[in-house]
Design a binder for this molecule. Structure first.
Ligand SMILES: Cc1cc2nc3c(=O)[nH]c(=O)nc-3n(C[C@H](O)[C@H](O)[C@H](O)COP(=O)(O)O)c2cc1C
Length: 206
């Protein structure tokens, strides 16, 4: 990746706010990036703090209405997704601080994906299947988990993220896991330390 300054979009979604383990990983990433001297711009959305609502019918219908035919209310409703899309298009690197909740993503994070996975905007349907429209981006997923799942059939979160990112054309994906965080103090300290090393290695390679 050679773009300078690096445009980084960070989305986090821990119910524990700044105390969340995924937020700790995100902070480790930001610290490592700052220490690297890599020129960058960072946009961060904490989707829980923002209380991002579920995608509803009226909002989706607003997008599906051609821009010049939208009512004032529909123009307002479309702003949220359009804003997220503009940020994502401008980003070189998407960093997802991903807690594992009930074997999946936090609902607020799914709501963010619901607003950027838009046919005709970030992917399009063809006779051969969907084609991603975002090119040249990387994604870094910082996954925080109470138990151990990575590399096993029980890890339903990784393939979900891989597919959603891939649908938009973001196929250059990197995953750093901190697992076993609810399995005792010692495993937790070890897992966070290993994840920090993974993050540092990732930043070194940027
Ligand atoms: C609502 C909720 C659901 C959870 N579900 C799971 C789960 O299905 N599997 C698991 O291993 N850990 C689960 N955990 C533990 C979290 O993965 C762990 O607390 C992790 O640190 C979450 O990231 P965070 O600290 O950034 O929020 C859950 C925690 C919460 C609060």
């Amino acid at each position: 990746m050679s773009a300078t300054p690096l445009n980084v979009l960070l989305v986090s979604s821990s119910l524990f706010g700044e105390k969340g383990n995924s937020r700790e990983l995100a902070s480790a990433f930001v610290d490592a990036l700052q220490a690297s001297g890599h020129e960058h711009q960072l946009t961060h959305h904490d989707l829980v703090e923002r209380d991002l609502p579920h995608l509803g019918a009226a909002e989706m219908q607003a997008w599906m209405t051609p821009a010049d035919e939208r009512s004032a209310e529909q123009r307002k409703l479309a702003e949220l997704s359009d804003g997220f899309l503009a940020e994502l298009r401008a980003a070189d690197l998407l960093v997802i601080a991903a807690p594992l909740y009930n074997l999946g993503l936090p609902t607020q994070m799914k709501s963010w994906f619901d607003r950027v996975l838009r046919a005709g905007e970030t992917f399009r349907y063809t006779e051969k299947g969907p084609v991603g429209l975002l090119e040249g981006k990387q994604a870094l997923v910082l996954a925080a988990r109470g138990g151990m799942y990575a590399g096993s059939d029980l890890d339903s979160q990784t393939p979900h993220l891989t597919s959603m990112l891939g649908l938009m054309g973001i196929t250059d994906q990197h995953f750093v896991y901190a697992e076993g965080l609810n399995m005792g103090d010692e495993p937790k300290v070890g897992a966070l330390s290993e994840a920090r090393t993974g993050i540092a290695n990732y930043v070194d390679a940027l």
